[in-house]
Design a protein around this ligand. Structure first.
Ligand code: SAH
Ligand code: SF4
Length: 372
């Protein structure tokens, strides 16, 4: 999602005559499009800002901006403790960036963090970092409030883009030679809620599938509480939809899932995967796992290890828990010691490597369709 926002920002600035340079030292404007999902990402931004302080002193014309989720979350801190920063812009305000940058000569510091619904806007000089595969936003924000997650707090409530805008964007991409799109949303399964023209995610997939010249459709992310037979049928029946589902489990322990406010149990997840595999036998599966959530005991972690063996995803992203105030779990004690988090993290990574390798080996000699 941030990659896509960066493309949009690049496009808007290109319209104003800015150019991307290869080396940081050659830039007159440096913008950080930030992520707040884990502390580590924020620490890298503050580290980079500190490094730039000296250069800004020597070169007061240098413009520095902090954009995205961290701008939303830490607006006061950024304004007070980082005098080198000129603009602070939240994810709902990205269209204000060119105007704010133009005003930095007259005003000391500029802030745009209204956290309202992001307005729709077509960027004429739309930039894409790839040439055959592109990200396409289908919705913004999230209504789920998983207890550990900062996203709803910084990206606001869920809003779907109208089908027409999405289809036009994809048709434009196909005209430019793109072959594959990845539809983006925090919870794509709830696409369409709140739109005046009623539509489900499956219906959107059908409409995208009908676009001539497009070869492949991917999407991310699905939520296990909402992924159902209708979605699995779309994966099975729509020829352009890739046979892959990224379905974050987060934990194999029902106690932890409940504390995470995920609204499903491990057995529900397992049943859904069994149904999907029955309908699409060779489906590729991936997941996200958080280890070290507050009160995660050895038996909870073992449940996650068991889930990994049982489901046998093709790949898994494994994250160490990171408290994100004001997300609800940040009020629980972060009581799993760092060494234990590290140990569990390494344990799961090794287990997943073994499973991925075994899965990959079963594909040797098979015939697959690939995008070169
Ligand atoms: N909307 C998507 C993606 C959310 S962020 C979804 O629901 O899957 C991507 C992943 O980051 C999450 O799936 C989760 O595994 C991880 N994550 C989110 N908040 C986290 C936190 N506080 N600590 C560690 N990992 C986190
Ligand atoms: Fe965060 Fe949960 Fe929403 Fe994903 S579904 S963005 S994890 S609150």
């Amino acid at each position: 999602m941030n990659n896509r926002d960066s493309e949009l920002i690049g496009g808007m600035l290109a319209e104003k005559g800015y150019e991307i340079v290869e080396e940081e030292k050659d830039a007159d404007v440096i913008l950080f499009n930030t992520c707040s999902v884990r502390q580590h990402a924020e620490d890298r931004v503050t580290g980079n800002l500190r490094k730039l302080a000296a250069r800004k002193k020597k070169d007061p014309d240098l413009r520095i901006g902090v954009l995205g989720c961290m701008a939303q979350r830490h607006q006061d801190l950024l304004l007070k403790e980082f005098p080198q920063v000129d603009i602070v812009v939240g994810p709902s305000n990205i269209y204000d960036i060119p105007d704010l940058l133009a005003k930095t000569d007259t005003t000391e510091k500029l802030l745009a963090v209204n956290n309202k619904k992001r307005p729709g806007k077509k960027i004429e000089a739309d930039q894409r970092s790839g040439v055959f595969s592109a990200f396409v936003n289908i919705m913004y924000g999230c209504n789920n409030f998983c207890s550990y997650c900062i996203v709803p707090h910084v990206r606001g409530r869920e809003v779907s883009r109208p089908k027409k805008n999405i289809l036009n964007e994809i048709k434009g991409l196909v005209d430019r030679g793109f072959k594959e799109v990845t539809l983006l949303g925090q919870n794509v399964n709830s696409y369409g809620k709140g739109l005046t023209n009623k539509i489900t995610f499956q219906e959107l997939l059908e409409a995208v599938n009908d676009i001539e010249g497009l070869r492949r459709i991917r999407f991310t992310t699905s939520h296990p509480k909402d992924a159902r037979k209708g979605l699995f049928r779309a994966i099975k029946e729509l020829p352009k939809v890739c046979e892959h589902l990224h379905l974050p489990l987060q934990s194999g322990s029902d106690k932890i899932l409940d504390l995470m406010n995920r609204k499903y149990k491990y057995e529900d997840y397992k049943e859904k995967i069994a149904l999907l595999r029955e309908m699409v036998p060779d489906v590729g599966l991936s997941t996200d796992i958080i280890i070290g959530f507050p009160s995660e005991k050895e038996r909870d972690f073992e449940a996650t290890e068991r889930a990994m063996e049982e489901i046998a995803w093709n790949s898994a992203f494994i994250f160490k828990y990171s408290p994100r105030p004001p997300a609800v779990s940040s009020f629980l004690k972060d009581d799993v010691p760092e060494e234990v988090k590290k140990e569990r993290n390494t344990g799961l990574l090794n287990l997943q490597k073994r499973i991925s390798l075994a899965k990959n080996k079963t594909m040797i000699g098979s015939e697959q369709e690939v995008l070169v």
